[in-house]
Design a protein around this ligand. Sequence first.
Ligand SMILES: C[S@@+](CC[C@H](N)C(=O)[O-])C[C@H]1O[C@@H](n2cnc3c(N)ncnc32)[C@H](O)[C@@H]1O
Length: 284
Amino acid sequence: MSNLENLCCPLDQSALQRQERTLVCAHGHSFDIAKTGYVNLLPVQKKHSKDPGDSKEMVASRRAFLSNGYYDPVIEAVLASLPDSLASANSLDVLDAGCGEGHYLRQLTEKLSATRDVSAVGLDISKWAITDASKRSKTIDWIVGSNAHVPVTSGRFDWLICAFGFPVFEEFHRVLNDAGYLLLIESGADHLIELRQVLYPEIKPYRATFAEGIEGFDLVQEKNHRFSFSLSTQEDIGQLLSMTPHIHKAPYEGRKAAQALQQIDLTADIKLRWYQKQGKSHAK
Ligand SMILES: C[S@@+](CC[C@H](N)C(=O)[O-])C[C@H]1O[C@@H](n2cnc3c(N)ncnc32)[C@H](O)[C@@H]1O
């Protein structure tokens, strides 16, 4: 069951205690638990826009696309690459930071729970994403909040996932325990190359992210995982487009050409990078 424990007040970072349908801190700030079970820990003062994160439409597209299973090989690749100490642990405390509508966290939690206790938290700045996620899993704690100020106690997690998201490494470092792992899932050089060739007049050269390393973390494993899939309806192609940044970045002509496609064979090229938090003596 979701329990909403070990959370912090987003206004003053003090511990939140549950009082029936509300979380309350020692200074009297209170946050109601929504009917579907999530809690919004993104106060107006910390919002940079009225409706931050993915829109209702983007969330609906991602849900529809992912629930068709097109990206499920990513989940298999994550499980296959799990570091030994996580794979053999009897219990796992995991955070998906920027979890979207929760497809990956839900699947991973379900699979890993077969052989160990899993306590999972999904955090996203989009209230639409978290509302959707909270309707479909009651065993995960779902929180509206920002990676910039993760509203949880320090040193809590064994594992933090950031998939196609917006990492804030200082915060990730803080909320991981001393030997905790950070998994970054990102696009590789050829990710959706066939779609990008339709969208853009010219494909920009691939630039690796965080090539200089990440302060406070050691890179312990890097894997590229490629697989192919085909979309054979305009609806599926439109949903994929709507859940990628290309929907905003691609020129109008490119988007029009993509939206007119009836079928496309695609390459998924995913980069999985596992980092381990450096010991206390190394961390900043
Ligand atoms: C490309 S989507 C990826 C969603 C999910 N991880 C997946 O792979 O299906 C990026 C997500 O990050 C969320 N997001 C954007 N800025 C964020 C922030 N500062 N903190 C937490 N989530 C954020 C968006 O609302 C969106 O759901």
